[in-house]
Design a protein around this ligand. Structure first.
Ligand SMILES: Nc1nc2c(ncn2[C@@H]2O[C@H](COP(=O)(O)OP(=O)(O)OP(=O)(O)O)[C@@H](O)[C@H]2O)c(=O)[nH]1
Ligand SMILES: [Mg+2]
Length: 463
């Protein structure tokens, strides 16, 4: 800890690319030395913008910059902090970073290290910094709204509300233990409040689990009869010829997956072996995998084509749809360029009544013309009808991290134990105390060092 404190760190806080401006941050005791060495200023007033020359150790001009000094503890990190705003060329940035590296006692910051130092200096809670990290990486309006709640207090207020219920419950239980002769303490209300709290935290836990899973990537299986164009659609969405496409039925034998970004959402797209009876051992295994994924996953794209309309395929697809229950599915009618395709698509719909339950789109992966347009039409459709995460996020989302899930699970366990032991008030009180300790974990108050480093290592460098 002391060693960390004695080291002054620096990093580029803006993007490493050509832009109008770049901001380099320096944090630690050596800030004033940097000001003197690079800018030849022997004194700097805190929170004043200085327009000055930035020179290397030979006295050659690197760039002119704006320099702002924040004196400890009134800075982002709580340490002396320097912000150097220069022109944003990669050459200038690199030159300054190299110059800083040569100064004694200075080193490049690790990802999230500025925030970690701020946290250690008790500037803000862990939820605040996690929110800030989410705010920086927010790609959609809903993500920004959740991040704002975390950064500017709403999520923390919710934890504090939970904390208050626990403190109050503990006070009543303690009072009841101490004054066991008297009937004044309303234990029924305490039990009711604890039950309400359990219900509320459980709801937040479920939502958070859902949202974190989505953040990691939504798995979408492309399935359908052989030769319908599943791999062609997969390649179209990946924007590259990732997998083999051929007129031979059973070309795809194993599952192949690729991560793609669809309207800012991470998707793991899986191409699969076409569903049919096959005597080929390898293909058979591939088809088994398709069936397993149909059981495991939640979101699917069914690809059908005019030339795959036959009794065998109708039977197989009908069976799959019957077993899908409430899972989410969209249908892509592919090969619309083939003659008579419209009739064949109608035939699919009339032979398998269940198909009409699902949203459908007609495309051609091979149509001559603007593939970009087809891609846009298809991705818009997938986003709207299968993926649209933003529509799943209501105003009631406050948490996003795996760490938050762990905290909530532990608190819930203690509350459940407290409730189970409501007849033995001493034991009940102990569990409420435990739950209270764990609410502190939400703010990161009692987190061990390595746990903290883990939280902050997800941040970008320079934050
Ligand atoms: N006319 C036409 N042909 C297409 C279209 N999409 C794919 N094809 C062709 O249909 C054949 C099968 O395409 P694939 O993408 O390999 O089909 P698949 O469903 O992955 O087939 P398997 O892996 O064998 O199950 C290939 O010859 C493709 O070029 C389309 O929109 N129109
Ligand atoms: Mg294929």
């Amino acid at each position: 800890m002391d060693k960390l404190k004695s080291e002054t760190i620096f990093a580029l806080s803006t993007f490493f690319a050509s832009s109008a401006l770049a901001v380099i941050r320096v944090s630690g005791d050596k800030c004033k030395k940097v000001v003197l060495t690079l800018c030849n200023l022997s004194k700097v007033k805190p929170r004043h913008a200085y327009f000055c020359e930035l020179k290397d150790c030979n006295g050659d001009l690197i760039d002119k910059c704006i320099l702002i000094f924040f004196k400890s503890p009134n800075s982002y990190t709580g340490e002396d902090l320097l912000e150097i705003q220069t022109h944003g060329s990669t050459a200038i940035i690199e030159r300054i970073l190299n110059e800083l590296k040569t100064l004694d006692g200075l080193r490049m910051a690790k990802p999230g290290e500025f925030s970690l130092r701020a946290f250690r200096n008790k500037k803000q809670s862990a939820i605040y910094f996690e929110g800030l990290n989410n705010l920086i990486s927010a790609e959609t309006e809903k993500q920004r709204i959740i991040a704002i709640k975390q950064t500017f207090g709403e999520s923390e207020n919710l934890c504090k509300k939970w904390e208050r219920v626990l403190i109050q419950s503990l006070a009543y239980v303690d009072a009841s233990i101490e004054f066991s002769e008297e009937d004044d303490v309303d234990l029924v209300a305490v039990e009711e409040n604890l039950n309400k709290l359990k219900k509320e935290i459980t709801e937040h836990l479920e939502k958070t689990k859902y949202i974190t899973q989505i953040k990691l990537g939504i798995k979408v299986l492309i399935f359908g009869p052989p030769n319908a164009g599943k791999s062609s659609l997969f390649n179209l969405l990946c924007k590259e010829e990732k997998v083999i496409v051929s007129p031979i039925k059973g070309t795809t034998r194993d599952q192949i997956s690729a991560d793609i970004s669809l309207h800012g959402n991470k998707l793991t797209l899986i191409d699969s072996a076409g569903i049919r009876y096959s005597s080929n051992q390898i293909e058979k295994k591939g088809i088994e995998k398709t069936y397993e994924s149909l059981k495991e996953l939640q979101k699917f794209i069914l690809v059908l084509s005019p030339d795959s309309f036959n009794n065998r395929n109708i039977l197989a697809i009908n069976q799959v749809l019957t077993e899908l229950n409430k899972k989410e599915l969209i249908i892509v009618f592919n090969k619309s360029d083939l003659k008579g395709s419209k009739n064949k698509f109608e035939n699919w719909n009339s032979k398998i009544k269940l198909l009409k339950k699902f949203k459908q789109i007609t495309i051609s992966c091979k149509k001559k013309g603007d593939l970009n347009q087809i891609l846009k039409k298809t991705t818009d459709f997938i986003h709207k009808k299968l993926i649209n995460i933003d529509s799943l996020i209501d105003d009631d989302y406050f948490f996003t991290e795996k760490r938050h899930i762990e905290c909530m699970e532990l608190i819930l366990e203690d509350i459940s134990n407290a409730l189970v032991n409501f007849d033995s008030l001493e034991i009940c009180a102990d569990f409420i105390k435990e739950a209270l300790k764990k609410t502190n974990d939400f703010y990161g108050k009692y987190s061990e060092d390595d746990k903290l480093e883990h939280i902050f290592s997800n941040f970008c460098i320079g934050k």
